[in-house]
Ligand binder design. Structure first.
Ligand code: DER
Length: 231
């Protein structure tokens, strides 16, 4: 279908950013999975050399199953390039990520990279962030108290909606670091930077899915097999 074609096309186009012997950060999600598969092909078919860190146990398992050795981020240090998907991107290349539950490791890896290339299908493009529920990673301890403090912050934030649900409900999703994710239904986020600051100032909030001023380029693949790059 169009979205799947777009994801594959954007991953294929993103390979052009990869130079030999680069230190790479590999993202998480179905679009990033295409990139991992294409990197494995380039490694085995064209002898492409690179070292890689991953943004989740899921990506680590996929990469290693395809013959790509995954290094701990601390063993590689500064990365040349990270490539990952996104749930939404706006005209300023600000993102909502975290649909796949890996936002904390993604943000750690991607802030350790000189360049961040985001690969998406056209359905991720929005004028204003917020149609996709904003994932917020919280520690388990006192999470319902944290949820109440988040609700208080939302009352004064520039957003349209206000509902907060724990991902997985009574059978909660638990991240690689053992945290919960709360999904904030905000509909539209007027001031992403102010909201990110207000949320991360709450003690129990570890990180949010707002990836602001981090993206070097976005590759958008469409159903017709075309990929365009936005800087
Ligand atoms: O969870 C994440 O951050 C993923 O990168 C997500 O934002 C994109 O997932 P998709 O490529 O499966 O749409």
């Amino acid at each position: 279908n169009a979205a799947e074609t777009g994801k594959f096309i954007s991953a294929k186009r993103a390979l052009e950013f990869v130079q030999p012997d680069m230190k790479l950060g590999l993202g998480t999600g179905s679009t990033a999975a295409w990139l991992v598969k294409l990197l494995a092909d380039a490694k085995s078919n064209n002898g492409l050399q690179f070292s890689a860190a991953a943004t989740s146990s899921v990506t680590t398992q996929l990469a290693e199953s395809l013959g790509i050795k995954i290094h701990a981020l601390d063993d590689i240090g500064q990365l040349d390039l990270a490539i990952d998907g996104a749930d939404e991107f706006d005209p300023d290349l600000n993102l909502i990520k975290g649909g796949g539950g890996a936002l904390l490791q993604e943000k750690i890896v991607e802030t350790a990279a000189d360049q961040l290339v985001i690969i998406t299908d056209a359905s991720k493009q929005v004028q204003h962030l917020g149609a996709f529920d904003l994932p917020v990673e919280v520690v388990k301890f006192g999470w319902q108290t944290t949820q109440r403090l988040i609700a208080d912050v939302l009352k004064t934030a520039d957003v349209d909606g206000q509902t907060i649900t724990r991902r997985g409900g009574d059978n909660p999703f638990v991240t690689d670091e053992g945290h919960f994710i709360l999904d904030l239904r905000l509909k539209k986020i007027g001031n992403p930077a102010a909201l990110a600051t207000a949320l991360t100032s709450i003690a129990g909030v570890v990180e949010t899915g707002l990836f602001l001023d981090m993206t070097t380029a976005i590759v958008v693949g469409d159903g017709n097999g075309l990929a365009r790059v936005q800087h």
